[in-house]
Design a protein around this ligand. Structure first.
Ligand code: SF4
Length: 384
């Protein structure tokens, strides 16, 4: 048997008073895309997401300066379960812990800070922080940032690398006697999300799983990609919490939650509406944006890229549009053409090669040129 059967039931954990796993209903969560330092905007968006039905709201924090803002955000969002994404700075965990219900760390982002400490030492410290502050933990593994040790160990099987990385961190949690944790294994490709989560669920049937397709992009394509993965997994009872990641302006951010509930209702009712041959042509991936976006034009740019490139719909080409300079450079490496946004300019790439950076207006005609060139190159290859 290569997948868990319909009886899969994980252990139940408590996240800020919400039961997750076991017999509990699947929880829909979402994430604020506002700047965390903008307290009013983040408080408003936290309420906006909760009103739409988000059981857990995630907020990203990069540095200690944002902790004071988080404290105030928490004071104004009492009753809402808050999770914090430690991004690449796990060391702020003890500062954020008093103000949240859950912390998320990425096993791929532990190696480059405090190199003198081992990964088990760092995880042990995170577990101690979580235990001291009555928090849950999410082990959030991402195909775009797999821990180098696991990539080196499984160079020909990226999915094995991410499943083994997640399983290793579960083993560490077990060793430290901590079981209030959940795991996510994300990618922008729905097929990889399905396979990674199936393999992990088989490996650790006891551990609750958070489902997500990263950088799914703009609606409706982002919704379709997410459905392709979620319908398959939820139908096999894999997934105890879910997030639909969509590129949306802030005033529409709650649509992520509405779509999440719709998918759950459809699966429960046996309505499966994935498009079977989706993914044969142009694929535009774009991040859902978060507090790291430095130019509000990102969402508009993603929309413009979609409109500009519509003529290439039949071509099997991936274009990635990312909102920030922290994850943008790495997350665009695998795309045929990639754009990542800085404060005033947009960087354009062809695979991992930089083509230059351009103003938000000038990047579009240059993208068109590069796309035309790519289509020509591929035609030449086919005709040879
Ligand atoms: S790419 Fe940057 S802006 Fe987009 S979700 Fe990831 S961290 Fe946030």
């Amino acid at each position: 048997m290569d997948q868990p059967g319909p009886q899969r039931k994980t252990r139940q954990i408590d996240i800020g008073g919400i039961p997750v796993g076991g017999d509990a209903p699947v929880v829909v969560q979402s994430m604020c895309a506002t700047r965390t330092m903008d307290i009013d905007a983040t408080v408003a968006q936290t309420h906006q997401l909760a009103r739409a039905g988000a059981g857990i709201v995630r907020i990203a924090l990069d540095n200690e300066k944002e902790v004071a803002a988080l404290k105030e955000i928490r004071a104004q969002t009492k009753g809402i379960v808050i999770s914090v994404d430690l991004q690449e700075n796990y060391k702020i965990a003890d500062k954020v812990a008093p103000h949240v219900d859950k912390i998320r760390y990425n096993p791929g982002h532990l190696h480059h800070i405090e190199k003198a400490r081992t990964i088990p030492q760092k995880v042990r410290w995170l577990v101690d922080v979580a235990r001291d502050h009555n928090l849950a933990i999410r082990i959030g593994v991402n195909c775009g940032s797999v821990a180098p040790a696991f990539l080196a160990k499984f160079p020909d099987d990226q999915l094995k690398a991410i499943v083994e990385s997640a399983a290793y961190h579960c083993d560490l949690m077990d060793e430290y006697g901590f079981n209030r944790f959940i795991v996510s294994l994300k990618d922008s490709d729905p097929a990889k999300v399905v396979e990674a989560n199936r393999r992990f669920a088989q490996r650790r049937p006891d551990v609750p799983i958070h489902l997500g397709v990263t950088e799914a992009g703009l609606p409706p394509d982002g919704i379709i990609k997410t459905r392709i993965a979620f319908e398959k997994l939820l139908a096999q009872h894999i997934g105890e919490t879910i997030r639909v990641s969509l590129t949306l302006p802030n005033e529409r951010k709650h649509e992520e939650v509405v779509v999440g509930h719709q998918i759950l209702a459809d699966v429960a009712a046996g309505r499966f509406i994935s498009v079977p041959d989706y993914g044969q042509g142009l694929n535009i991936i774009s991040c859902p944006s978060c507090s790291r976006v430095e130019n509000e034009r990102f969402v508009e740019l993603a929309q413009q890229v979609k409109e500009l490139t519509a003529y290439a719909a039949q071509h099997r080409i991936t274009i990635a549009v990312m909102g920030c300079r922290v994850n943008g450079p790495g997350e665009t490496d695998d795309a045929d053409l990639g754009l990542w946004c800085g404060p005033t300019t947009v960087n354009l790439k062809k695979k991992d090669r930089k083509l230059g950076n351009f103003s938000y207006d000038d990047v579009l005609p240059r993208l068109r040129q590069e796309l035309d060139r790519l289509i020509e190159e591929r035609a030449d290859l086919i005709n040879q």
